[in-house]
Design a protein around this ligand. Structure first.
Ligand SMILES: [Zn+2]
Ligand SMILES: [Zn+2]
Length: 246
């Protein structure tokens, strides 16, 4: 986090010399066999993330929720418009799309069809529990609780992504049943009102039994190496730039 007495950042329990502790805001790209790429959330670090991962283009964006750490890179999508030479399909719930249109009103104005001097979205509404085919991927969406707001969890075949969640209903757990690879948000060791914590994720994993669970959206209390050592087999901390083949 920005800050610290000497301006070198607030690292909490994290070893600043461990490169896997250098975290940007949470986001993933899911690439289909066809090469089509779905970006899940456009956080404020999007530009750096895409350049670092050598991802020059994505074909759609799905928003899990409206918090700034998941949407504040929306302006960077202009570069994607230019690569596609077309408006970029954005998928979100009605509530989230309204919030995006209010915060980025200039982006949601009608497009002249002439160049991309601002991001140009093509809005697509989804419900929290939709099934949609996006970027040649069959997605099953499920509702998660994130303190006062709902967030979208998504399942695609044996894979699922659940960021920003502190409670999973029976319906959500049923949707996750049989998942083999699960990326799940986990903020700290202690309970938190808006994010899952280490023991809660372990409880969920006892029920769901994924082969591989990867923690994301970790806070400064979670040092990569210290956490890796205490997690049960099958659960591991993620890190920026991590690539999974499914
Ligand atoms: Zn959030
Ligand atoms: Zn978040």
């Amino acid at each position: 986090m920005v800050g610290g007495a000497d301006g070198e950042g607030i690292w909490g329990e994290c070893d600043p010399n461990e490169p896997r502790n250098q975290r940007t805001r949470s986001s993933i790209v899911v690439e289909a066999e066809s090469g089509k790429r779905l970006l899940v959330d456009s956080g404020p670090d999007l530009r750096t993330q895409l350049l670092r991962a050598k991802i020059g283009v994505v074909h759609s964006v799905l928003y899990t929720h409206e918090h700034a750490d998941h949407v504040a890179g929306l302006d960077e999508l202009r570069a994607i418009n230019r690569m596609l030479d077309a408006p970029l399909p954005l998928y979100a719930t009605d509530a989230v799309m309204k919030e995006l249109a209010a915060r980025y009103s200039y982006a949601f104005r009608p497009w002249s069809g002439n160049g991309f001097f601002r991001p140009v979205p093509e809005p697509h509404l989804v419900s929290l529990t939709d099934r949609v085919r996006v970027c040649d991927l069959d997605l099953e969406l499920f509702e998660q609780r994130h303190n006062r707001i709902p967030t979208i969890g998504l399942r695609c075949g044996d894979f699922a992504y659940s960021t920003d969640v502190e409670h999973l209903s029976e319906e959500a757990l049923a949707c996750l049943d049989g998942v083999k690879t699960w990326i799940v948000g986990c903020f700290q060791y202690e309970p938190h009102i808006a994010h899952a914590w280490v023991d809660l994720v372990i409880e969920w994993c006892k029920r769901l039994k994924p082969e591989r669970t990867i923690l994301t959206h970790m806070g400064p209390a979670l040092d990569y190496e210290a956490l890796r050592r205490v997690l049960p087999e099958g659960i591991e901390p993620g890190y920026d730039g991590m690539v999974l083949s499914l």
